[in-house]
Design a protein around this ligand. Structure first.
Ligand code: SF4
Length: 249
């Protein structure tokens, strides 16, 4: 499992962005997260190590653009090159999470066809309205692997109508001092919908403010992943060597 951040920075566009971890992180260093810029690791998939091996090892799942949005307008001029880098590495699986699936077609490569087999696109649905806006666009787009990210989960969501054609659903709460509440029953409802549709489900993290059986808990960052795992709701087998990442798209 690897990270690739060809560009960094983003603009808030959705309720889930309110306490965006990219902004929180940049604030700590006095940087402006709303400035979208390319990074020094832009060509990481093409790079090699001193021992001659590729920097990204064959078979890895590469989480792409977790500190931006792959389809943000500012990156329109860079995206074609990023697609070329992905096309050149069919031995990797690139995993892209977006809130801007409405911009999916901008700068799409000519040979995209029904989608590159080594690209998964996941849309964030933090509430029912965003699910209704984004999932139909995801299902209509020529994409070979589609997933849903319900994180930060802000209310109970019914995904039932859209689950056919979805390969996985991940849910989680919100982290940080200003985290909004996530309720266990919302997570359970998603797990049950996925179980009924035969879609693998992952409860990735509780978030910092979690309610179960009518009681609210403040959960330290270091325990949010472990507590979610302990709930035993996951039906998706971890990838080889996978450690869950604390993204909050
Ligand atoms: S949550 Fe995602 S889409 Fe929203 S501002 Fe942050 S990086 Fe951008």
């Amino acid at each position: 499992m690897a990270l690739w951040r060809p560009w960094h920075g983003c603009r808030k566009c959705s309720p889930g962005c309110q306490n965006c971890y990219v902004y929180r992180g940049d604030e700590r260093y006095g940087r402006d997260a709303s400035q979208v810029r390319t990074t020094r690791e832009f060509d990481l998939p093409a790079r090699g190590r001193r021992d001659g091996e590729p920097a990204l090892r064959p078979g890895e799942c590469v989480f792409t653009c977790l500190t931006s949005d792959f389809f943000i307008e500012e990156a329109d001029a860079w995206r074609a090159r990023a697609w070329r880098l992905m096309r050149a590495r069919p031995d990797l699986m690139f995993y892209i999470i977006t809130k801007r699936i409405d911009r999916f077609a901008v700068a799409l490569p000519e040979d995209w066809g029904e989608g590159y087999g080594n690209v998964t696109v996941a849309v964030t649905c933090e509430n029912q309205q965003k699910a209704a806006e984004r999932i139909p666009l995801l299902l209509d787009a020529p994409i070979r692997h589609r997933e849903l990210i319900c994180e930060p989960l802000l209310e109970e969501i019914d995904l039932t109508a859209w689950l056919p054609g979805i390969e996985g659903v991940t849910a989680g709460g919100e982290s940080g001092l200003r985290a909004r509440l996530c309720r266990y029953e919302w997570v359970l409802a998603l797990r049950d919908q996925c179980a009924a549709a035969g879609v693998p489900f992952t409860f990735k993290q509780t978030g910092a403010l979690f309610e179960k059986d009518g009681r609210e808990y403040r959960i330290p960052r270091r325990e949010q992943l472990a507590q979610a795992r302990r709930a035993g709701l996951d039906t998706r087998a971890p990838l080889e060597g996978e450690e869950p990442l604390l993204w909050e798209e």
